[in-house]
Design a protein around this ligand. Structure first.
Ligand code: FDP
Length: 314
């Protein structure tokens, strides 16, 4: 956690200086003075790998930015495996909209030397999950398996994360009526998802639409205000868009441990709990419907109307 917190501070500094230090743009570009320009997410990835490898407590790292897993050298190996997206929300980076870091942590299995198999396991076996939101303030939110969710705000005057949100819980009355999804994908959605969105819009108290397009920002708002976040499977993307190991599972663990619901919606023929999924490869995807029970139930009701077996949450 120290290595992750340090990485988040380093990334904060890079995000804050990105415009001035010319960190926007594509990796591989050469800037006006002929120096290699480093894209912000490549830089964030390098800093996170460096901090985690040198922490001495990790064996295997999986990053959104690296096709292959990173196996930590024997002299620095430890008992944890970390999957992360160093800078999530890449389409928002260059226009200074909120972005974030997401991570999940697993323990190396007994007798294992530390291989990718240590991460390809049921979401229930994740021991720690969290995210850091880089926005008007920097907030680190995490939880350990079976424990409460806690939030920390980075105090820039002392460079430390201060415990500002103990025992975070989603609003238990459902909170604000907000639905959050990329409606531009609506044409590809199945009927129950289309009907659920129509329900939100046309209910007696119509819901507000809010979609930043950075998962960390959208989930952070859902956690604090309530509502529902959806990136469902659809005809174009039958597995959804978001990555299971460093988006779906960690956010599901946080939402559930804060009293919410984290579902795949209809995925591979049935409605599943995200934390029951087992990734079949490190960068695999899963659909996501997560938020308060009141609002996830709306989606389940539409599935039930379509004759699909759907849970009753309320
Ligand atoms: P991005 O493509 O900008 O990296 O991780 C993927 C992600 O961002 C999420 O952070 C975000 O919620 C989602 O994709 C946005 O996808 P759409 O642009 O398709 O809405």
């Amino acid at each position: 956690m120290n290595a992750i917190a340090t990485s988040c501070k380093l990334i904060t500094s890079a995000v804050n200086r990105a415009g001035i230090a010319k960190l926007y743009g594509l990796a591989g570009e050469v800037n006006s003075t002929g120096d290699d320009q480093k894209k912000l997410d490549v830089l964030s990835n390098d800093m996170m790998i460096n901090a985690l490898v040198n922490s001495g407590v990790c064996s295997v790292l999986v990053s959104e930015e690296n096709e292959e897993p990173i196996i930590v050298p024997a002299d620095k190996k430890g008992k944890y495996c970390v999957a992360f997206d160093p800078l999530d929300g890449s389409s928002n980076i260059d226009c200074n909209v909120s972005v974030g870091t997401i991570f999940s942590v697993y323990e190396v299995k007994e007798g294992s030397e530390g291989t990718v198999e240590d991460l390809l396991r049921n979401g229930e076996e994740c021991v720690c999950a969290g995210y850091c939101a880089y926005s008007s303030a920097v907030e680190l939110v995490f939880t350990f398996k079976g424990k409460e969710v806690h939030g920390f705000c980075l105090d820039p005057t002392i460079g430390e994360f201060v415990h500002t949100r103990p025992k975070m819980m989603m609003p238990q009355d459902g909170g604000k009526r907000i639905y959050s999804c990329n409606e531009g994908n609506g044409i590809h959605w199945d009927k129950p998802i289309k009907d659920a969105i129509e329900f939100y819009k046309n209910s007696e108290k119509p819901y507000a639409a809010r979609y930043v397009g950075s998962m960390v920002a959208d989930i952070h708002r859902t956690l604090l205000y309530g509502g529902v976040y959806l990136y469902p499977a659809d005809a174009k993307s039958p597995k959804g868009k978001l990555r299971m190991l460093y988006e779906g599972i960690p956010m599901a663990m946080i939402i559930e441990q804060a009293g919410g619901v984290a579902s795949t919606g209809m995925f591979k023929g049935k409605i599943q709990r995200i934390l029951d999924l087992v990734p079949d490869e490190i960068h695999c995807k899963c659909p996501i419907i997560m938020g308060g029970a009141r609002d996830v139930q709306v989606v389940y009701d539409q599935y039930a109307k379509a004759g699909i077996d759907a849970p009753k949450l309320l």
